[in-house]
Ligand binder design. Structure first.
Ligand SMILES: Cc1cc2nc3c(=O)[nH]c(=O)nc-3n(C[C@H](O)[C@H](O)[C@H](O)COP(=O)(O)OP(=O)(O)OC[C@H]3O[C@@H](n4cnc5c(N)ncnc54)[C@H](O)[C@@H]3O)c2cc1C
Length: 341
């Protein structure tokens, strides 16, 4: 039995029946085959930075993925093609691409977690999503018991979503391939806060290295970089996704609520804005759980929280937003062994 609180950035979660550390593809597939043959539930874990595991733990096999390999091909015309093992640390990979002179991933600097988890919820920050750079995702399909490789369009990427999240227990990511530009400058900076930090207009470009530094600084100010000594960062990142509303639903919101029109005509609004205007505030606490003092969307473990404390704080935020705006906030964090309803 292992305690899952040691495997998650929220540092909560009870015991698992079994934890297998898989450090290469063969070990991952073998562990899956054994668990599936025994009919045991499986939980795949990378760095555990996007999960809330219940206090009762997980009565099944946790496969902790730490497989790491890097293959790269660089061509002056088509740029760099990199294939990375699922267990590589995301931000170390980003830093390496930048030091090798490849551009693209700089706004995604500082996101905790593994490369293999990046496509699951199509990680994004400061105006970009990882789906813009992924060419292929190599998986093990537990249903067909075979390797299956997805092209970008087959991944069905959308805001914080993909086929791997929708068919949650079916595909285990083994390797992700990326296509990056060779270059020292970014594409146009589209996120106003980042443009300001870089001293450029929205739509202007900036050096890639400087952009990574600016992103890391912005993230630090919001408690969005993992830091052992800063309880504000003992979170799972943004707890809720930004709601995407129909145009009619968006019309019901106060005029000052943020609105981002989507390609399909729907309207994305800000979960943080809804929470703050429904009476949820930075620093609010429930027993050991606390809303970060730096970012209202980050629910944190102030030191001695249980999963139940964090879930109660999340429920309270959901109830307040529902009552005030008629909108149900949807967790971005993956809930294991507990629900909010
Ligand atoms: C401080 C902080 C800041 C964050 N900021 C951002 C941000 O800016 N943008 C953003 O998008 N996210 C952000 N996150 C969330 C998180 O970093 C990402 O979702 C990350 O990709 C999770 O990686 P992980 O390895 O920790 O995944 P885990 O938490 O271990 O797993 C997450 C989910 O993916 C599944 N999974 C993991 N690996 C695999 C695999 N190889 N195959 C199949 N399924 C798998 C798990 O079963 C689980 O359902 C933040 C989190 C924290 C703590």
């Amino acid at each position: 039995m292992g305690d899952l609180s040691q495997y998650t950035s929220l540092r909560v979660g009870g015991p698992a029946r079994q934890i297998v550390n898989a450090s290469n593809e063969t070990e991952i597939i073998e562990a899956l085959k054994v668990a599936d043959a025994a009919g045991l539930p499986v939980l795949i874990l990378g760095s555990g930075t996007n999960v809330l595991v219940g206090d009762q733990g997980f009565d099944g096999v946790v496969i902790h993925i730490s497989s790491s390999h890097v293959e790269s091909e660089v061509d002056a015309c088509s740029g760099a093609t990199l294939s990375i093992g699922a267990g590589e640390t995301w931000d170390e990979f980003v830093a390496t691409t930048i030091s090798r002179g490849f551009a693209g991933l700089e706004t995604l600097s500082g996101i905790p977690g593994t490369v293999g988890a990046a496509p699951i919820q199509n990680i994004g920050a400061y105006g970009h999503e990882v789906s813009e750079f992924i060419t292929r995702v190599r998986t093990y399909d537990r249903k067909q018991k075979a390797i299956r490789t997805f092209t970008n369009s087959e991944c069905n990427f959308s805001y914080r979503n993909s086929i791997f999240k929708v068919e949650r227990d079916r595909y285990v990511v083994l390797e992700v391939s990326f296509q990056l530009r060779v270059g020292e400058m970014t594409t146009p900076i589209i996120y106003a806060e980042l443009a300001r930090a870089l001293g450029v207009e929205v739509g202007g470009k900036a050096p890639v290295v400087q952009t990574r530094d600016a992103v890391l600084k912005l993230r630090e100010g919001k408690g969005m970089l993992l830091n052992e000594t800063d309880h504000d960062s003992w979170s799972a990142g943004s707890f809720f996704t930004n709601p995407i509303l129909t145009a009619a639903q968006a019309d019901e919101l106060p005029i000052e609520a943020p609105r981002w029109i989507q390609e399909d005509g729907r309207v994305k609004t800000s979960a943080a804005w809804l929470m703050e205007h429904a009476g949820v505030h930075k620093g609010d606490a429930h027993l050991g759980a606390r809303i970060s003092s730096k970012h209202v969307l980050a629910l944190t473990n102030a030191g001695n929280a249980t999963a139940a404390d964090i879930a109660a704080l999340a429920r309270d935020a959901q109830e307040k937003v529902l009552k005030k705006f008629g909108i149900t906030l949807v967790p971005e964090v993956n809930l294991v062994g507990l629900t909010l309803n």
